[in-house]
Write a protein that binds this ligand. Structure first.
Ligand SMILES: Nc1ncnc2c1ncn2[C@@H]1O[C@H](COP(=O)(O)OP(=O)(O)O)[C@@H](O)[C@H]1O
Ligand SMILES: *[C@@H]1O[C@H](CO)[C@@H](O)[C@H](O)[C@H]1NC(C)=O
Ligand SMILES: *[C@@H]1O[C@H](CO)[C@@H](O)[C@H](O)[C@H]1NC(C)=O
Ligand SMILES: *[C@@H]1O[C@H](CO)[C@@H](O)[C@H](O)[C@H]1NC(C)=O
Ligand SMILES: *[C@@H]1O[C@H](CO)[C@@H](O)[C@H](O)[C@H]1NC(C)=O
Ligand SMILES: *[C@@H]1O[C@H](CO)[C@@H](O)[C@H](O)[C@H]1NC(C)=O
Ligand SMILES: *[C@@H]1O[C@H](CO)[C@@H](O)[C@H](O)[C@H]1NC(C)=O
Length: 697
């Protein structure tokens, strides 16, 4: 039995405790154990007494009137307060000092046409059922208005000018004793602390305002101060008067608010309230007060007022940002297209595709830097095939049409020893050529890997070139030689038109996955040939590979290609560059590889010229054939050189090498001293060569 009792008691005690803590949250006695000082920051669960139209909203807002016309509403602190000083006798008691502060708002259908107002009052009774609404503010009636037996002190916030009450205007604050004919009144407003100027406030503006009401029990001074909510209490009060409230306020009096509606829809709200007996009213933290309801008629209007500008601002921003982005994109991917290019359409790549393929021409995709520009590795999105994209800067539009035509026609070249040109793209000042990617890089890196610095300007960057640390063996070299010869023969004779490569050299021979040699860069030199003045013809080619007549006349032919191919043969077989500094010989007299090989040929020690790094691991016949053929091809006179078809036959062993011819023409060769540069000596005859094109390579 005892245990059952226990179980009942404990939950009850908990409930009481809970109730007390809830109460405490909203109304507490600050420093007053007697409950004479309190603060309401919102009214939910506070036990405040309401009647008439008054109610506490779910958010804690105290609504004195709800818009229903010709009615009134009241709210009281639940217990009456003791206003008289306990020490004084009952007869001539003096009223204690008191201080009240509250935040209120009045809403009417329009700011100018309002409905009555509200009062803060001290009253001996909480039964105001007999009070009238409208101009009596729910506090008095026609019968008792002004009767000293009322014992009511009030501060009115009046929004209607009522002649019966001798009101000054329809927006005033008044101090009332026992009736609504104020003993002192002033237009609503406040005095600015900084410059002392008066600012009007419109009570029925639905803007929250704070009011302070103070009575000094000693000096009998009554002050009323008003300010917009959030503003610190102005130092100068709006109303100030002395009146002895001792005869007015009874010892046990209720404090509260009254309000009434007239003929117009109006709402009166109290957001927070504090009261101090014999001490200042606790300061109300306005940030903790409940929110006023959104203004009535069109709830979405406020939404629109706030959201629409933000939304449109965001929209405008987004639009501008998109436009800027699009423009940047447009610029980033901008290309140069002309009408005549339409016919080349299928060979044209979009810059965007190339940009994406190379991830924006990132340095990590850089394969190498050649004489014409940078070469990047990329993977085309559509075909997933790896490509090499060569960026050639080209300012002039001159000859571009012919060049593109050539590029496109060369795109139709198909040979296993020619690097496939896939297409092109043009931008302002820039031409992009797209080739099949050759996984093993260029041949020169295998031949001259330990000769640094590389004088042709190419620098190995891609990882594949690190394979160059292995010297190519003879079988590989001879296969490359034959491949290049076959590719060049195709260009010269087997295609629908004669294509002159113009820049045969080891660095323009690329190696595919099977280490087959493939000619690259063909025809590019043309770009710098077209449309230039014949008087100042720029010879394009690479020092050491340029045939004498090309240097003199500036005319490229299949035989100038054969000359360069001859030099290439010697380069691959000897593993040496076409122009070399001989060890121990002073810097100013470079030695031409051709002359050096020629010397050994005369001495009958041709095999000594074969690359030492092969360590004798080569076919002597093939190597000597290659060297002799190299000499024959790089003959000074074009008529002494074989055609590529003949070269092919000699290499394949389908025709015997013309030893006699070689002997015959080499005997007559001028400048046969090996230490002297062959005619034309580079230092003089090469003066007509455009150094920026050929010398830089
Ligand atoms: N199709 C390709 N595949 C792979 N690498 C290439 C390709 N084309 C060029 N490269 C690399 O880019 C470098 C520079 O190329 P290029 O401009 O042709 O040089 P150069 O002007 O010296 O002949 C080459 O040395 C080579 O390593
Ligand atoms: C206002 O309150 C009264 C009494 O509670 C009620 O009868 C009336 O319908 C309410 N009016 C509005 C507009 O809510
Ligand atoms: C009480 O007040 C009345 C009038 O104000 C005065 O005549 C009377 O002397 C007062 N009595 C005391 C005890 O102060
Ligand atoms: C309030 O006062 C009226 C008369 O003014 C009276 O009829 C009514 O009974 C009173 N109500 C209470 C609760 O005392
Ligand atoms: C004031 O009210 C009292 C009590 O209600 C009444 O007896 C008296 O006649 C009223 N005085 C006036 C002037 O109306
Ligand atoms: C006083 O200050 C307020 C607020 O700073 C300003 O609006 C008002 O115009 C000032 N009045 C005068 C007379 O300077
Ligand atoms: C304040 O309001 C009163 C009455 O409406 C008006 O006469 C006065 O000019 C107003 N003052 C200011 C500063 O607006």
């Amino acid at each position: 039995m005892a245990s059952i009792k226990h179980r009942l008691v404990i939950p009850l005690a908990n409930t009481v405790l809970l109730f007390l803590t809830l109460n405490h949250k909203y109304s507490f006695a600050a420093g007053a154990a007697d409950g004479q000082t309190f603060i309401y920051s919102g009214f939910s669960g506070t036990g405040i007494i309401v009647d008439g139209l008054a109610s506490v909203e779910p958010n804690g807002l105290l609504q004195l009137t709800n818009g229903t016309v010709q009615l009134k509403g009241h709210a009281f602190h639940p217990t009456p307060l003791q206003f008289h000083k306990p020490t004084t006798g009952i007869a001539n008691a003096s009223v204690s000092s008191f201080s009240a502060s509250f935040v209120f708002a009045i809403r009417s259908i329009a700011p100018a046409v309002s409905a009555h107002g509200l009062t803060f009052f001290v009253s001996p009774t909480n039964n105001l059922t007999s009070a009238f609404s409208n101009q009596f503010l729910g506090l008095f009636s026609k019968k008792n208005n002004g009767n000293a037996t009322n014992h009511i002190f009030a501060v009115e916030l009046d929004t209607v000018q009522s002649n019966d009450m001798l009101d000054m205007n329809d927006n005033h604050v008044g101090i009332d004793v026992n009736g609504l004919i104020s003993i002192k009144a002033a237009a609503a407003g406040y005095y600015d602390d900084r410059n002392g100027s008066f600012s009007n406030l419109t009570l029925s503006s639905f803007n929250a305002m704070q009011a302070w009401v103070d009575y000094n029990g000693k000096s009998k001074l009554i002050t009323v101060t008003l300010a917009p909510v959030g503003m610190a209490r102005p130092r100068k009060p709006l109303l100030k008067t002395t009146y002895d409230l001792s005869k007015v306020i009874e010892d046990k009096s209720y404090v509260g608010f009254s309000s009434s509606t007239g003929i117009l829809d109006s709402h009166h709200y109290v957001l927070g309230w504090s009261f101090g007996m014999d001490q200042p009213a606790p300061v109300i933290d306005v940030s903790k007060l409940p929110k006023l309801p959104r203004l009535g008629p069109e709830p979405q209007s406020k939404l629109l007022v706030i959201v629409l500008p933000i939304a449109s601002g965001v929209f405008v921003f987004a639009a501008v940002a998109t436009a800027v982005l699009l423009r940047r994109r447009q610029l980033q991917y901008a290309e140069l297209r002309e009408d005549w290019e339409v016919e080349f359409g299928p060979h044209r790549f979009s810059y965007k595709d190339l940009f994406k393929a190379t991830e924006g021409f990132k340095d990590k995709h850089l394969l190498g830097i050649g004489g014409f520009g940078r070469v990047y590795k990329g993977v085309l999105k559509k075909s997933k095939s790896p490509v090499a994209v060569k960026k050639v800067s080209h300012e002039s539009r001159q000859g571009m049409r012919e060049f593109i035509a050539e590029v496109v026609s060369m795109g139709r070249l198909r040979h296993k020893n020619v690097v496939q040109l896939l297409g092109y793209c043009r931008r302002k000042g820039e031409l992009l050529l797209v080739y099949d990617h050759m996984p093993n890089g260029s041949l020169d890196k295998y031949l001259h890997y330990n000769n640094s610095p590389a004088p042709n300007g190419s620098r190995p960057i891609s990882g594949t070139n690190r394979m160059a640390s292995l010297t190519l063996d003879w079988v590989q070299r001879f296969r490359i030689i034959k491949g290049v010869a076959s590719g060049l023969l195709y260009l010269h004779e087997d295609w629908e038109q004669v294509v002159i490569h113009r820049d045969i050299k080891a660095s323009n021979v690329l190696l595919d996955a099977e280490m087959n040699g493939r000619l690259g860069d063909f025809g590019l030199a043309r770009l710098y040939d077209h449309g230039t003045d014949p008087q100042t013809t720029h010879v394009v080619g690479t020092m050491g590979y340029i045939a004498p007549e090309l240097a003199r006349m500036g005319r490229a032919s299949t035989l100038t290609d054969v000359f360069a191919f001859g030099v290439f043969l010697l380069e691959v077989t000897c593993g040496r560059r076409p122009i070399e500094q001989k060890e121990g010989v002073d810097q100013d007299s470079p030695i031409l590889l051709v002359d050096w090989v020629l010397q050994h040929w005369r001495d009958g020690s041709l095999a000594n010229m074969v690359d030492q790094r092969l360590m004798g691991g080569y076919d002597v016949d093939e190597a000597c054939l290659s060297l002799k053929l190299g000499l024959l091809c790089s003959h000074q006179l074009p008529c002494g050189r074989p055609s590529m078809r003949q070269v092919m036959q000699y290499l394949d062993g389908n025709a015997p090498f013309p030893e006699g011819t070689l002997e015959q023409i080499m005997v007559n060769r001028p400048g046969s001293e090996p230490s002297v540069a062959s005619s034309p000596p580079p230092s003089t005859s090469f003066g007509t060569i455009s150094v920026d094109l050929s010398g830089g390579r």
